[in-house]
Design a binder for this molecule. Sequence first.
Ligand code: HEC
Ligand code: HEC
Ligand code: HEC
Length: 189
Amino acid sequence: MFKSIKIILVTSLWIGAGAAFAADTLEPVLKDRGRHFQTEGTDIPVEKDGIHDPENPSVEVLQPPSEALAGFPRDSAGIVDWVQAIKQGYIEPRADLEGLSSKQTLDLDIIFTDTGAMPNVRFPHLSHTLWLDCSNCHPAIFVEKKGANPIAMNDIFQGKYCGVCHGKVAFPPTLNCTRCHSVPKDTGK
Ligand code: HEC
Ligand code: HEC
Ligand code: HEC
């Protein structure tokens, strides 16, 4: 019981803090991946992670992420797989602070094909809407129309489009390319 309350605190602080990260802070974050992505083997105390306020007394009651996230599912880059964490019941994020409403999900994959020699990219609305509201992306980050956004990989590395979140609060674009580039070119999609 107490444990799950702490995890809610950690994840909500995490999302809030991520928004404050500018693209120029991406490099140190990635260099020091344990801070944000809690890769296996890293153990950075919350008061030293550069995310939480060390003066806030709650840093003492927060579970160390290495302990809280110890058994969590990981992707092939060793980063916590938060989509699996929901699907396997490790966490149950609320749709709102009081837990009164339910999430609006959308099962719609968008396949991006302008990927050069890399496999195509699948953007799954379903996984994203387990975490986010439509208004987190539309219209500020993406115009709500297939093909209407001129996304290039470099923009993502610079913190635009997918990079508004990936590299800050979601798995980084510099690791595990195939989590996004997951659709072989020869499927005809
Ligand atoms: C968060 C998802 C995501 C990750 C992770 C990711 N990509 Fe991409 N990538 C995209 C999207 C979206 C596009 C744009 C495709 C389009 O416009 O049709 C793209 C486009 C590209 C392109 C096409 C040329 C260009 O510059 O746009 C290349 C090459 C590419 N990515 C390489 C990579 C490599 C290498 C990695 C790992 C280091 C990687 N990508 C990781 C989402 C991702
Ligand atoms: C994490 C970001 C994100 C969230 C959250 C999100 N979308 Fe999208 N949406 C996208 C992207 C990316 C595209 C594709 C844009 C492109 O192709 O350039 C898209 C495209 C669309 C399209 C156009 C489909 C088409 O075939 O033209 C619709 C409609 C849409 N979204 C509705 C929604 C609704 C409704 C929600 C909430 C239930 C939602 N989206 C949540 C990122 C998001
Ligand atoms: C508003 C924030 C946001 C934006 C913008 C965003 N994502 Fe994500 N994405 C997330 C979150 C949060 C997760 C779940 C946390 C994690 O896996 O790190 C996620 C997970 C994913 C996953 C894993 C899905 C699964 O089922 O395992 C893929 C693939 C992905 N994103 C691709 C993309 C691509 C491609 C784009 C751009 C077209 C994009 N995302 C834009 C927040 C975002």
